[in-house]
Ligand binder design. Sequence first.
Ligand SMILES: *[C@@H]1O[C@H](CO)[C@@H](O)[C@H](O)[C@H]1NC(C)=O
Ligand SMILES: *[C@@H]1O[C@H](CO)[C@@H](O)[C@H](O)[C@H]1NC(C)=O
Length: 391
Amino acid sequence: MREEGRWIYLILVGLLSLLTTEAYEVGLTFLNSAVAKGAVCLDGSAPAYHMDKGFGAGVNNWLVFFEGGGWCNNVTSCLARRDERLGSSKKMLTTETFSGMFHNKPKYNPDFYDWNRIKVRYCDGASFTGDVEAVDPKTNLHFRGARIFRAVIEDLLAKGMKNAKNAMLAGCSAGGLTSILQCDNFRSLLPATTKVKCLADAGFFINGKTIIGTSHIEGFFADVVKTHGSAKVLSPACTSRMSPGLCFFPQNMVQYIKTPIFLINAAYDSWQVKNILAPGVADRKGTWRSCKLDITKCSPAQLNVLQGYRREFLQALTGFGNSPSRGMFINSCYSHCQTGIQETWLRNDSPLLSNTTIAKAVGNWYYDRGTFQKIDCPYPCDKTCHNRVFE
Ligand SMILES: *[C@@H]1O[C@H](CO)[C@@H](O)[C@H](O)[C@H]1NC(C)=O
Ligand SMILES: *[C@@H]1O[C@H](CO)[C@@H](O)[C@H](O)[C@H]1NC(C)=O
């Protein structure tokens, strides 16, 4: 028995050291001063972020990363998240795992490990774009994402970002969309002497059709923009040409972004396949259910449809152009968000494009050591993917 206990102990210590090296926990900071500016979560609570301070040569470098978590498009769906972690800082987890591009060790994160690294919690439901003054007392819903965005940047400027040498706006999923939509706004809030770039991980949501040929995401995004009053922060060059709802799609406004920007996205982005291509309303019989959960379960006919979606995705990307200030890492994995996890950001088995990890491609681009604009061959050619399998 004693011998057994000793083994269990050793195994636990081993596992623990593995875990603690690949990731660590960072506490939550509430931005109480934002409440007076009306910069609040859906329920009126203060916004919040996790911050790990920069050190050594990185003290004046800032990574500001916005969390994702879908959107709420109307009062009903916003009420459903108002008292949850995506709508209220009262319900957020008080610690967050820092790993991948948030890691504080050069081995795991060679180019950004010593930067100030901030992960902003998502609690507005519109990719930090909303700004509606009125609050209906019946629902107490606050649509104030754009104010949160601004209040967080102002707070970080006061905490030292006003002296930033380097800064990067980033985010994943709905937060990746923030990074695209607010890229030039971020640039304008920082000193002219700061080198500013933007990075969008899984934020390039396309205006795609469903498996039955209907429009679904287009109406959904139009509702998000209308409900949250997002039009004011969207690209004026875009909103002068088309409706604000359409300007929520990167493909319609990315050409107007002036700040250097990098896109990391899977052409078979698992969120897009589940919610743009084959949402429940377009798949009443559930024939896509197992394919959506695990790409290896897709039939040849479904794979054909997925190849069509990839072509649509690449078509939507054409406006992005190939200016050397712009980077892209478009792989053929079934995934969604690849920067905040060690296994996809940088590990000996992490995804590669042209033999290059995401960490290296982003680092080289940020520091102007080289350009990177690569699109993977179609699924299933890429053997370096970490394809998601959902329960
Ligand atoms: C609100 O949006 C949801 C989808 O998120 C939809 O199912 C519902 O019908 C909408 N409700 C109203 C009142 O428009
Ligand atoms: C890929 O990169 C690794 C490590 O940098 C190197 O050892 C290997 O030779 C490279 N392979 C090719 C095909 O370039």
